[in-house]
Design a protein around this ligand. Sequence first.
Ligand code: ADP
Ligand code: MG
Length: 511
Amino acid sequence: MLALLWKSVPDLPASRKNGGKMEKYILEGATGSWEIVVGLEVHAQVISKSKLFSGAATAFGAEPNSQVSLIDAAMPGMLPVVNRECIRQAVRTGIAIGAVINRVSKFDRKNYFYADLPQGYQISQLYHPIVGEGSLLIDVDGEEREIGIERIHVEQDAGKLMHDQHPTKSYIDLNRAGIALMEIVSKPDIRSPAEAGAYLRKLRAILRYVGSCDGNMEEGSMRADVNVSVRKAGEPFGTRCEIKNVNSVRFVQAAIEYEARRQIEVIEDGGKIIQETRLFDHDKGETRSLRSKEDAHDYRYFPDPDLLPLELPESFIDECRESLPELPDAKRQRYITHLNLTPYTASVITADHETAAWFEAMLEYFKEPDAKIATAAANWLTSELFGALKKLGRDITDSPVSPKQGAELIALVADGTLSGSLAKQVFEIMLETGQNPADIAEERGLKQTSDTGAIEEVINKILADNQDKVEQYRSGKDKLFGFFVGQTMRAMAGKANPAVVNELLKKLLAA
Ligand code: ADP
Ligand code: MG
């Protein structure tokens, strides 16, 4: 049908131009520079044991149609009852993005006919959403920007259709029907694919910290509708197209790239953008038209007569606020000011709550972790542990090494028992055997020695064996110092304290 009249879009050069303070992401077309404008509508499945208006379970992966109440199946005469927990999660999420919480919100019916929607309408909140304006801070290449959030409303999810390959049968699974979703609508403040990616990652991190959505895009518990338009710098917003249901951060970025270039090409060829709904085909890396605005449904929204307006007592909102954990921005700031971590390391560790919790569990092992210990722990976590986990294909929640073991390793380096290189060896063995670092160091004799007598003896022998190099060093070839360090370390199987080696070598070479 409408499929693919588009030739492949031109590969317009992209650049980041510094127009004022912020760097701008610009696409260079034939007629000049274009700016991308993006707004995201994210559907986030609420973490709750039961559905928005029924007691049916929400667990992922159950037998089809095994989690469907009479309400979800829309049997006549069934009445919805709001699930307090879903409301609580939406309010907590709203507070976490610094948003206005509306003391009164209302449910509306969005009417349409489809086989995955037995009621014939979706209960949503069009006119009076539960959460009003808020915002998110994103960071792209060290530049911070605030992205506005228009609103969050709660609504029901629909069921799932499965179609037989041979188009003879379709199956309906209503397990998902009636599960609570939060629709989180951004303002059109996003200006590049990278910013869209940063926004989604930050939003996902916050949802996970709050515990209101697991943010799992592959399982569909977080999906994005991507609104894209283009304009010449300084001009009003252009007409947008909406790309429906994109289910990974990478795809969102690719869809924006493609769609922006497509729109520029249409406009530069003398055409006009028509407002339409499109889909992203990730195999082909392109967007395709689904329906134009003229074909858009008239949903005939009206207030749901089965549900009273939702009135939230102040005490309920306070309770929601008090239940929130420390959020990523606050945590990151605390790491920078109190633990002296670099902004970059602080960002990496706070990017997801599991890593931050792991790091904090590691610090708990120290009575009073000072900045030096915190930095050592943070650096080890983000380089050694992350590296090892990547190789093992695991994530931090199933790390073979515990936070306590990691902390012990850092402590052994801090008190001089292990050098950096010995610590690496010990860590390798920890990964293989799960043993504690102190036991490994003890059993395998991997402790560092600061015994000056023993080290001096070794150095004297090396100097005697390398008279020529000693002469060269003394006549000004400073670079040879590294050679002597290397020889000494090798002779001592890497166990000599490097600081002591340096000091003794300087003394003996000067003699
Ligand atoms: P609708 O109610 O038709 O869905 P909204 O005004 O609520 O439209 O906007 C939906 C989404 O589209 C929001 O995320 C918003 O930021 C985004 N949006 C609005 N105008 C534009 C535009 N010109 N270009 C890109 N995105 C836009
Ligand atoms: Mg919309």
